[in-house]
Design a binder for this molecule. Structure first.
Ligand SMILES: [Zn+2]
Length: 528
């Protein structure tokens, strides 16, 4: 029987500490649902005491049924001099009502005395009392031993006593945190083994940071030494140098160490999940990331290509399909075929008998990707792309031209748009509108114009709202210079969809994402 290892994801809490990441509550929910689909066992959504956004996240998750994951909320040992039931942070933690509560406490003498200003015995009591209180409230309590490895190096006896306190309070997991990321894998393994032997009846977890570039190695060694839970984040996001990257940890556990972590079918969704989280966080997916990067199984050198084609094992450490990635031979026309067929089938379009159409779509898709289109979070634009290429969609919005003027007058900045649509019946259809920015002005002008031309659409159109607008400058494609990419999320109150626009000009990119959003919204409403 393979040993089971729990995957505890903290992308939504620790991962969000990475500089430059900021996601809305709605985006956090999207990430949580994707993580559940990936099959992680625990999702830590945030620190309810610290942030009203996190409380809102748990409220929004309350009605959702998760398939594989249990939700965890993060908190700390109660404040000095304030019993747990009166500590406001602990009250917030109970209010969000998750099955799991992760409680962080101090393991290091130095930290206890210098930062917490607590006595050593007092700290032990705070740990035990907090854990016991939450356990009594029906929570499954995971105890996060902050700075455990530093504390162990400084005074192993005291560090171990903090774990005993948590265990006495009823903690069901003792999670050893390498908070500073200082520990090397060999030493980590020794310490984890010692803890596992001391607490044979409690599952031990590992929470490693990557400051020594060893977070994944420390996590895997900890599992070898007996740890039953790995905490980390998707793509290794986290403050400073990041957290243990679950995208590397999960396949290593499964494919190389023979552990049971997530199912084979779910593992095949790893690449998509990794890219999805990157796109939602508005960070370019790292092309050289192990397992899921675009180049992780790309072969360029002539000899490598022929060897890899004869037997992929010559230059591939695992079968890319196991993690949902694919071999990419940089000259091959075949790559992506299965992916496109599968996606088309999901949209009800059968391409299996239409080889010519499929080849054409693939060729166009490659051109688009080269220009900077990535469809992971722009599913609506991908569907429109396919339908247009296959002649299954006629655009409602046919532009003749638009003009946008932005004028700054004293303190006010005014944006005005003029849109001229092609109109075969009565010459040109024109609308003007003002907005709080150029894209908003274009949106307003379209909403003015479309109902006039298509009165039946007026009601439908009014339901479609833009909920999120993200811009990124892409510099990654040599030869084409920098381009701007715009991602839009829209909603009709019942569901949400994403669209994309790419151009050297930000307004043109926004226009493309905007019109795709409306086109798609209208198809969707009509289908209902
Ligand atoms: Zn951490």
């Amino acid at each position: 029987m393979p040993r089971k290892v729990e995957i505890y994801d903290t992308t939504l809490r620790d991962g969000m500490q990475r500089e430059g990441i900021s996601v809305s509550v709605d985006e956090k929910v999207q990430i949580a649902l994707r993580l559940d689909r990936l099959g992680v066992h625990f999702i830590e959504g945030g620190f309810p005491g610290s942030n009203p956004k996190d409380v809102e996240f748990y409220q929004m998750m309350a009605g959702r049924r998760l398939r594989t994951a249990r939700l965890a909320a993060f908190g700390m040992t109660h404040r000095r001099g304030l019993p747990p039931h009166r500590d406001p942070l602990i009250r917030e933690l109970l209010k969000v009502d998750t099955p799991v509560a992760a409680i962080v406490g101090k393991s290091w003498k130095l930290h206890t005395q210098k930062v917490l200003h607590a006595g050593l015995e007092e700290n032990l009591k705070m740990i035990e009392d907090t854990v016991r209180y939450l356990t009594g409230k029906g929570r499954d309590v995971f105890y996060d031993a902050e700075h455990f490895f530093d504390g162990f190096r400084d005074d192993a006896g005291y560090a171990m006593r903090t774990l005993t306190a948590a265990a006495d309070g009823g903690a069901t997991r003792l999670v050893l945190c390498d908070t500073n990321g200082a520990t090397l894998p060999g030493e980590a393994a020794e310490i984890v083994r010692h803890v596992c032997q001391t607490f044979p009846d409690i599952k031990v977890g590992i929470h490693a940071h990557n400051d020594s570039d060893c977070a994944v190695a420390v996590s895997l060694m900890a599992v070898e030494a007996g740890a039953a839970q790995v905490q980390g984040t998707i793509n290794g996001y986290g403050e400073r140098c990041g957290n243990a990257n679950l995208v590397s940890v999960i396949p290593a556990l499964k494919l190389k160490m023979g552990m049971e972590a997530i199912s084979d079918a779910r593992l095949a969704g790893l690449t998509e999940a990794s890219h999805f989280v990157a796109e939602v966080a508005n960070i370019s997916p790292e092309p050289h990331q192990p397992y899921t990067g675009e180049n992780a199984f790309a072969h360029k050198g002539g000899l490598h290509v022929s060897a890899a084609l004869k037997d992929a094992r010559t230059f591939e450490h695992v079968d890319p399909a196991r993690v949902g990635n694919e071999q990419r031979i940089l000259v091959s026309e075949l790559a992506g075929r299965a992916t496109v067929m599968k996606k088309a089938a999901e949209l009800g379009i059968d391409l299996s008998q239409k080889q010519d159409a499929l080849n054409r779509v693939l060729k166009r898709l490659k051109e688009k990707e080269h220009q900077g289109y990535h469809y992971e979070v722009a599913g609506a634009s991908f569907e429109l792309f396919l339908r247009r290429e296959l002649g299954l969609h006629r655009d409602v919005i046919e532009l003749d031209n638009f003009r946008v003027i932005v004028q700054k007058r004293k303190r006010a900045v005014i944006s005005e748009a003029k849109i001229v649509l092609k109109d075969e019946r009565d010459g040109h259809a024109i609308a003007f509108a003002e907005g709080n920015g150029p894209v908003n002005a274009l949106d307003m002008a379209l909403r003015e114009l479309l109902p006039r031309r298509y009165p039946k659409l007026a009601g439908e159109l009014a339901l479609i709202q833009l909920v999120n607008y993200k811009v990124r400058i892409l510099n990654e494609h040599q030869g084409t210079g920098a381009v701007t990419r715009v991602l839009l999320d829209s909603s009709d109150g019942q569901s949400q969809w994403g669209t994309i626009g790419v151009s050297e000009n930000i307004i043109a990119a926004s226009w493309e994402a905007l019109t795709d959003s409306l086109e798609y919204g209208l198809i969707k409403r009509r289908r209902r």
